[in-house]
Write a protein that binds this ligand. Sequence first.
Ligand code: PMV
Length: 336
Amino acid sequence: MTSGAPSQSRASEATAIAHPNIALAKYWGKTPHAGNYPAVPSLSVTLEGMTTTTRVCFAGSHEHDRVLLNGSEPGGDAYTRASTLLDRVRAATGETRHALVESTNDFPTASGLASSASGFAALALAAMSAAGPDTRIDEARISDLARRSSASAARSVFGGFVELVAGSLERADEHLSAKPVAPADHLDLRVLVCVTREGKKAVGSTDGMRRTAAASPYYRAWLDTAPRMFEALRAALLAKDLEQVGTLAEASALAMHASAIAAGVIYFEGATLAVLEAVRTLRANGLGVWATIDAGPHVKVLVHESESARAREALVCVPGVLRVLYTRPGAGARLA
Ligand code: PMV
C-alpha cells in the first residue's frame, strides 16, 4: 500500500485482495428496514484460490467516481453500489475526493460464484485504507461497511469459517459485522466448484430475495427453519463432524432454493441438476460428498481432502460441467 495523508494535494491509494465465501448455512431474505440486514443467520467458509484484487485511488483530479471492473466500466447497478460504498467511506473518514476503482476477478463475475462477496470486501478494505491511511484497520468496521453493500461480503472480510447473525427487527441502524468461528485448518475440507456457465446470472440475489419474500408460500417456513439449521451446522462444525456439516449444508441450500423456486426464482439449470444427481449417486456409493448452490447455476461440492481427487475425477465428467475449480478454506481480506 502507498498512501498520503488525506490532504487534498496528493492522491491516496490502497490495494486489497479478498476471496469469495460459500455459505454452508445460507442467508436468503432481508429485514424490513433499509440498511441491508439479513433476515436469517448464516455460516460460511472463505475460499482460497479465487481472488478479487481491488485498487482504490482518491484524487482531486477525479470529477466523479470511476469504476473499472475487469477493465470495463460496469455502469448501472454495479456502479451505483460501488459509489454508494465510497460515499459511506467519505462520510466516515472526512475524505472528500472522488475515487478511481480498478477491480479484477480471476474467476467469473456476477454468475453465482460470490464475486459480490469478494468484490465488496476488497473494495471496503481498500477504500477505508486509502481514505484513512493513518487509522488502524478495524475488521469489524470493514465487515459492517461491506455488509451494507452485500451481506455475504461481510463474511469475506474474515478467513476460515465465519458467521453473520441476523439483523434485529427493533434497530434499524445497528452495527452488524461478521465474526470468525473457526480457522481455515479447522476441517480438512475441500470445495470443488463445478462451473456450469460462464455468463452472468439472470436474477441478482437482492432481486431474487425480494421476489421470494413477496411471492413464495414457503418464505415464512424458510425464515423459521434457517436459524435452526444455522445452530445445528455451527455445532457440527465446532465438533469437527464433516458428515453432519455436509448434510446440513446441502439441506440448507435445498430449503433456500425451494422457497425461491416457489416464487418462480429458479437458479437451477440442467447441469445444476445433473451435478446434484451425480453427488447423490457418489454418496450412495460411499463417497462423502455434499452439494451446495448459491444464486446461480454452479454447484459447489464439499468433500474431505482424502476423497477430493476421486470426487473431482467423477465431477469433471458430468454433462454440462465446464470445469471444476479445486479450492480449500483460506484467508480473509488483506492489503496487497
Ligand atoms: O451477498 P448477497 O447479499 O448478494 O446474497 C448472497 C446470497 C447467497 O449467496 C445465496 C447465500 C449466502 O448466504 O451467501
